[in-house]
Design a protein around this ligand. Structure first.
Ligand code: BTN
Length: 240
C-alpha cells in the first residue's frame, strides 16, 4: 500500500508534495490535508478548499519520459470519476477535457498535474480535489458536491481509500498497455462528443464540435472551416 501522509492544514497538498520531493523523496506517496489555504487549480486558478472535501496529491517518479506525463492526468480523471461513481449512479458521472469530473453536468472534481525535476529523476505530482460536502458558488463553471445527491457524503478519508485503489488500478493499466485503454475508457465517459463547444485560452476563443481525443491527449475539434484543430490547453465550455 502506498504511503499516506496526513495533515490538518497545508497551503496546498501539491506544494507539500513539492517540498517533500525537494528533500530527495520520490514517492510514491499520497499527501492529504483537511484543508488548504492556497489550493491551486489549473491555469493559475485558485481551488477553494473547504474542510469536508478531499484534497490529495500523489508524488510519483515517472519511469517513462516526461512527454507522456500528461496522459496521467487522464488516468487520474478516471480514478476520480470512479470515486464519485461509488456514491451515485455511474450514468450521472462524466469527464470533461482535460481532466474535470462532472456530476450531472456540473464540476464535482478536478485534477492538477505538475512536474518536478530532481537531479536525474522525473517526478510528477497529481493533485486531486473532490467536492464531497461543499462547492463554490461563484465559478466560471457550474459546480456541485456529492452532498447534493447523497444525504451523507463520504468523509475525505473514506473517499481517499477509493481514490488510492482506483488510481492503482488505472495506473497499472497505463503502465502495462500505455495510453490506448485509458483513452478509450476516458472517451466512454466523456461529456459532449459531437457537441458544440468553446475553448477559452487567455483572451482567445475557439469554437467547434468536440470530435475526439487525440492519441496524445489533445482535444480534437472540428471548426467552421471544416478543419480539425488540436487543442493542448484551455478551458472548455459546452453550449447548452
Ligand atoms: C482544477 O482546476 O480543476 C484542478 C483542481 C485541483 C485541486 C487539487 S486539491 C488537492 C491538490 N492541491 C492543490 O493545491 N490543488 C490540487
Amino acid at each position: 500500500m502506498t504511503e499516506i501522509r496526513r495533515y490538518e492544514l497545508l497551503d496546498s497538498t501539491n506544494q507539500e508534495a513539492r517540498r517533500i520531493a525537494a528533500k530527495g523523496e520520490y514517492g510514491p506517496l499520497w499527501v492529504i490535508a483537511e484543508s488548504q489555504t492556497e489550493g491551486r487549480g489549473r491555469r493559475g486558478h485558485n481551488w477553494i478548499s473547504y474542510p469536508g472535501n478531499l484534497f490529495a496529491s500523489l508524488l510519483v517518479e515517472l519511469e517513462s519520459p516526461f512527454e507522456t506525463c500528461g496522459q496521467l492526468s487522464f488516468v487520474a480523471a478516471l480514478a476520480v470519476s470512479d470515486v464519485v461513481a461509488e456514491y451515485v449512479s455511474s450514468v450521472e458521472v462524466s469527464v470533461k477535457w482535460p481532466n474535470d469530473v462532472l456530476l450531472n453536468q456540473r464540476k464535482v472534481a478536478g485534477v492538477l498535474l505538475e512536474t518536478v525535476s530532481s537531479g536525474a529523476a522525473s517526478l510528477i505530482i497529481i493533485g486531486c480535489g473532490v467536492n464531497l460536502a461543499h462547492y463554490p458558488r461563484d465559478t466560471d463553471f457550474s459546480a456541485t458536491a456529492l452532498t447534493e445527491i447523497v444525504e451523507e457524503p463520504p468523509s475525505p478519508e473514506e473517499a481517499l481509500t477509493h481514490l488510492v485503489a482506483a488510481w492503482d488500478t488505472w495506473y497499472e493499466i497505463w503502465r502495462k498497455s500505455s495510453f490506448d485503454p485509458i483513452r478509450s475508457a476516458w472517451l466512454a465517459r466523456a461529456k459532449g462528443i459531437g457537441e458544440k463547444l468553446t475553448v477559452r485560452l487567455g483572451g482567445a476563443e475557439i469554437q467547434g464540435i468536440f470530435e475526439n481525443l487525440g492519441d496524445d491527449g489533445t482535444l480534437l475539434i472540428r471548426t467552421k472551416s471544416g478543419g480539425t484543430e488540436r487543442i493542448t490547453t484551455g478551458d472548455v465550455f459546452f453550449m447548452d
